[in-house]
Design a binder for this molecule. Structure first.
Ligand code: X90
Length: 278
């Protein structure tokens, strides 16, 4: 029996160890060029192209066909998508599921709307992978994975909201603080899967202290953390050091964002997925 996890490319993962995995790319485009967020994408080149591009830029969710292609040949499929509140990705995956099941009624497909993105998706993907490795049944895995989703959170620090505003993904209230020089927005994925501002910070130090306060507030007690950053290894390392200082040994993975998250988090942006509670 073939088991597979499929996620849209905003999870920033191209491969997963010891489990069938496929990343389904979103696209980033200008009026002149389209960048497919797959393993071939040169992210530095895209970011640099876009920084000098004068016109508008856009993104688009994966097509139904792309989702269906990613399902091919598997018997049990776990689909992990970014927030349905900000993207059509989840809807496209649901339609793909329905159409696929019409042709392959014996296949099992569950679609998880993470109401989040990036490293919080990564945490869920890891969790599903370990439940698969433990030999749990499909239905049990779905149930346990949904329970696990209640224990994870996403925070992020952004230096610019330009692309989020340009694409209408943030509310006017949030947008009004955008563009302030030297101010970073510390935000979180709200329970509705939208972007919620929790603090305005001047400098890395303030980002780290505000983040620690937020983590304490959500019951973080040293659980697993993933940090995905867009050209900001320095802040990632500072957060790692602060977490280790406060909580002792913590499992932390640091890596760079791929196309979609690099586009929206922009240069200097960082996304932090955490396991809360004990
Ligand atoms: O369908 C599409 O074209 C994709 C639209 C994606 C819009 C949001 C991407 C967010 C990426 C930026 C900071 C985190 C915000 C998370 C709020 C839930 C990362």
């Amino acid at each position: 029996m073939k088991i597979k996890i499929v996620a849209d490319s905003s999870c920033d993962l191209l491969t997963m160890p010891r489990v069938g995995f496929a990343s389904v790319p979103l696209t980033i485009s200008t009026d002149e060029k389209t960048y497919l967020d797959d393993e071939m994408l040169d992210i530095e080149e895209m970011v640099s192209d876009l920084s000098t591009y004068k016109g508008r830029s856009y993104t688009a969710c994966p097509s139904i066909e792309r989702w269906m292609d990613s399902f091919a040949d598997a018997d049990e499929i776990y689909v992990v998508t970014m927030t349905s509140a900000l993207s059509g990705t989840y809807n496209a995956a649901m339609v793909a599921r329905e159409q696929y099941l019409e042709q392959h009624p014996e296949t099992k497909i569950e679609v998880f709307d993470t109401l989040s993105t990036g490293p919080e998706m990564h945490l869920l993907i890891d969790q599903i992978a370990s439940l698969i490795a433990a030999g749990e049944a499909f239905e049990t895995i779905c149930e346990k994975a949904k329970e696990y989703q209640k224990r994870t959170r996403l925070f992020f620090s952004l230096e610019s909201l330009h692309n989020l505003v340009q694409n209408g993904r943030v509310s006017k209230v949030v947008a009004s603080v955008a563009g302030m020089l030297g101010i970073r927005i510390l935000g979180t994925a709200s329970e509705h899967g939208t972007l919620e501002t929790v603090a305005k910070c001047r400098g890395n130090h303030k980002v780290v202290s505000s983040l620690l306060a937020q983590l304490e507030h959500c019951g973080y007690a040293g659980g697993k953390v993933y940090l995905a950053h867009s050209q900001n290894q320095e802040l990632a390392e500072e957060i790692k050091a602060a977490l280790e200082k406060k909580y002792g040994e913590v499992t932390i993975g640091i890596y760079e964002t791929r196309g979609l998250c690099s586009y929206y988090a922009e240069k200097g942006g960082i996304l932090i997925g955490v396991e809360c509670g004990r």
